[in-house]
Design a protein around this ligand. Sequence first.
Ligand code: GTP
Ligand code: MG
Length: 431
Amino acid sequence: MLDLTPAPERALLVGVGLKTDSINELENNITELAQLAETAGALVVGIVRQRLEKIVPATFIGSGKVQEIAKLKDETQANMVIVDTRLSGVQQRNLQELIGCKVLDRPQLILDIFAQRAQTREGKLQVELAQLKDQGPRLIGEAIAGLSRLAGGIGTRGPGETKLEMDRRRIRTRMEYVTKELDAVRKSRELHRQRRQSSRVPVISLAGYTNAGKSTLLNKLTRSDVYVEDKLFATLDPTTRKLRLPRGRNVVITDTVGFINHLPHHLIEAFKATFEEITAADLILHVHDASHTQASLQSKVVTDLLSEIGTKDKPVIHVYNKIDKTQEPAEKSTQRESPFVNVSAVSGEGIEKLLTAIEDHLLKMAIPVDLYLPAGEPALIFDLARDGKIISQSQGPHIVHCRVELSEEALQRWSSFLDQTTKESGDTGNS
Ligand SMILES: Nc1nc2c(ncn2[C@@H]2O[C@H](COP(=O)(O)OP(=O)(O)OP(=O)(O)O)[C@@H](O)[C@H]2O)c(=O)[nH]1
Ligand SMILES: [Mg+2]
């Protein structure tokens, strides 16, 4: 019988670093690149390494190495070379000509995975926007692969317009269209989020390196069935689930796209809306793969990216996952950021502790509320200012309206001042 499944593309990987970088780092990058290539559906048929004195402008890697790659490509019958860096358009074209096959770099590989993974309309639009933003600066006077499928074009070419100008214009037009479409899709997401926020259900967001176990943890916490896979970027589109904490409080918890080292900047920009799920959260659970050899590097990448997308002042609980796989006993493990909980999303160990930590945290968390205090009692305002942060105050004849950030604990002490109507009617009655 005829086998119609296409044979996987055969990829030759090129790990590159500067002589000043550590060998360890180079090897780790290569391991991750291989995982990315496999995730994209390629078969890795060979790996070449180069540590450069300095970057060669025309080809990034040295000419001797380029020859070695071309030879190895023939020996291994590779039909694609993936270089672990970001190449300029000129470098990419030169390498393709010298090696004689398709050459990709790390950002393009990641974008390709995202393109394959995107499920929702928003996800697909975000990936396309990122790809367009990535292509623009690479244009070098001739259409690069993939451009021809873009809309626009025939008949729109003006007299004297070069191919380069035409390609640039096509990208611009398409980018405007995609951006407009995205705005429309985002409005509905925004509405959903506002509704959640106005109902004052606290929002918890999972963040972490790709493959850390975020989706597995969401499933464990909420007994749901979100897609989990031992591949990078299994999750792309945000998923939200309800969760009832042990003492009865309801929260919602959101799982979203994972981070990776050297995440293309265009992706971060294009996935702004997805990342907003994290920035809009009341509490972030930073999920670490405690069993990974590069756990601390991964943690740093995530922490840096989190602050880049604007979550610097958000409260974080560090969740060290996969402790069933770690060598040393969890209680002995070093390098934990605080506050933290050790868990295994697979065996369930530590999950109760995590739930309690979330609950304790929410009790302390300040939420803005409106209180209506009787006028002429400055001592009350004084007490209130000690319990929370007064954001605004407006004095009426009989009541003082205070907008104040209070923790759940403190709110219990002030709950009798929540209701405006009884105060006002009481006031009227007295005067
Ligand atoms: N041993 C062990 N494996 C785990 C644990 N948690 C998750 N895994 C495995 O780790 C792999 C990745 O899990 P996911 O939940 O898909 O990870 P993720 O963080 O959602 O990954 P992306 O969506 O790709 O960013 C899967 O093979 C899981 O079964 C754990 O506590 N222990
Ligand atoms: Mg996931």
